[in-house]
Design a protein around this ligand. Structure first.
Ligand SMILES: Nc1ncnc2c1ncn2[C@@H]1O[C@H](COP(=O)(O)OP(=O)(O)OP(=O)(O)O)[C@@H](O)[C@H]1O
Ligand SMILES: [Mg+2]
Length: 433
């Protein structure tokens, strides 16, 4: 991790780095031109994830964020930045005010503001934080506004005295406010906050992630969030379920094949890895991958190169691999039923999705969420207190998926009634994780 990136005193005369998180290349270039000659080194990012990757890679003193980002919700993104980089200047730039005839005066204001800011001593937080980086535009609208901690929940109000490593090392989960949770992952319990924080941290990188968790906990939801929050979001998300494809076909499915490579290969075909070029490959149920293919997969992970089945040509692709398993993969690796070297290569960043029974405080939110969804197809139902209590007493071996199904069945069983009673909550005893 970027150890030491935020510690130590910085020479006032040093160049400062400003990251532009702006989708519009034209606007980025105009801002870059405006900053020429000032003591700002400019890094251009087309989206939030790319900007996060820059911030992670090297120390930056300011971040200019557009009012819209293609991959992240701006307020969410700004909140996360405040949390992770409490001492950094964060400015919102309104791209729409930059166009048209009123451009130059506003550019001058920005220039003026940045000129003032570059002279503020960096290690004097008070002076730095009060430097007027962006001033209101003459036309009444602001080109940019400083985003202060006060606009976010108190837990993430600017914590100038906190080293980012402390945040990373200790309760980042507990500090994560609800606004920063992932919209697709319902739940505000401590384990879910920790999970959301980990996802946000690792998503912008190309690091391989191993998602572990019981069946139905939301491993695929996590994989999709990782892709959505990365700079690869606009590129393919390819899924391969290693348990769903016959062993004999899995290699060709992954690596592709040439015409005539094997009986039945009447045409050449692109594999999932190649199809995911520039994006993410999600290998579901990785524990089911045959040993021989594991060796080939390891080679690909190590050098980013692959050969189609029946072909000698080596292809190079840029793919981020995310794998998921409900099996105890580490144990299987020590028992030698899964390659230990591949396990280590996959588990660079392991993420455990918590079982529902360990976060029962999320039950009411999850229930509301699913009843709301079901309410789109039939009248919205509610649970009686007894029915809600019955959900609390169960141990949920099938986790969130099972909850979804129990509620759907209950909604149907209660017919035209609006209330789901305890008798409509039925568990399938056969379900085992
Ligand atoms: N936290 C959550 N919030 C909302 N929906 C969720 C959550 N977790 C899981 N789900 C939903 O539950 C279902 C199961 O999730 P998912 O397929 O991601 O689980 P999984 O861990 O991959 O399961 P399996 O091991 O069986 O493949 C999906 O419909 C998903 O949308
Ligand atoms: Mg799954």
């Amino acid at each position: 991790m970027a150890a030491g990136a935020t510690s130590g005193l910085v020479d006032v005369g040093m160049m400062r780095t400003v990251v532009l998180a702006i989708a519009d290349m034209g606007l980025r270039q105009r801002l870059r031109a405006s900053l020429t000659g000032l003591r700002w080194q400019v890094r251009e990012a087309g989206g939030g994830a790319e900007a996060l990757a820059f911030l992670e890679a090297s120390r930056s003193e300011a971040l200019l964020v557009d009012s819209w980002l293609p991959d992240l919700e701006v307020s969410e993104f700004a909140g996360q930045i405040r949390l992770m980089y409490p001492g950094m200047e964060l400015l919102r730039v309104d791209g729409s005010t930059e166009s048209g005839g009123a451009r130059s005066p506003r550019r001058n204001e920005l220039l003026h503001a940045l000129r003032e800011a570059q002279d503020a001593p960096l290690n004097d937080t008070a002076v730095w934080a009060s430097a007027p980086l962006v001033v209101p535009g003459s036309g009444g609208r602001a080109l940019g506004t400083r985003i202060t901690g006060a606009q976010y929940p108190s837990q993430i109000a600017v914590r100038e005295d906190t080293d980012r490593r402390e945040i990373l090392a200790g309760g980042v989960g507990s500090a994560l406010p609800e606004a920063l949770m992932l919209p697709e992952m319902v739940g505000t319990s401590e384990p879910m906050r920790e999970l959301a924080a980990l996802i946000r941290m690792v998503a912008p990188r190309s690091t391989t992630v191993l998602i572990e968790g019981e069946t139905g906990t939301g491993k695929e939801v996590v994989a999709r969030s990782l892709h959505r929050l990365s700079a690869r979001a606009g590129r393919p998300f390819a899924v391969l379920n290693c348990a769903a494809i016959p062993e004999a076909l899995l290699e060709a499915e992954l690596f592709g094949h040439t015409r005539g490579a094997f009986t039945g290969a009447v045409q050449s075909r692109t594999g999932r890895i190649e199809a995911a070029d520039g994006g993410t490959l999600f290998l579901d149920e990785i524990g089911e991958m045959p040993m021989a293919l594991q060796a080939k997969m390891l080679r690909f992970l190590e050098c980013g190169e692959l050969q189609r089945v029946g072909d000698n040509e080596t292809l190079r692709v840029d793919v981020r691999v995310i794998a998921a398993t409900h099996q105890p993969l580490e144990q299987r690796a020590t028992e030698r039923t899964f390659r230990l070297d591949l396990y280590h290569r996959l588990a660079v960043f392991p993420v455990e999705v918590p079982a529902l029974r360990t976060r029962m405080e999320d039950m009411s939110l999850l229930t509301e969420y699913f009843l709301e969804q079901l309410g789109q197809a039939m009248p919205r139902k509610r649970l009686t207190a007894e029915a809600a209590a019955k959900l609390q007493e169960y141990n949920w071996p099938g986790n969130v998926r099972e909850l979804m199904h129990v509620l759907e069945r209950a909604s149907i069983l209660c017919g035209a009634r609006r209330e789901i009673g305890v008798e409509e909550i039925r568990f399938r005893r056969a379900t085992r994780s």
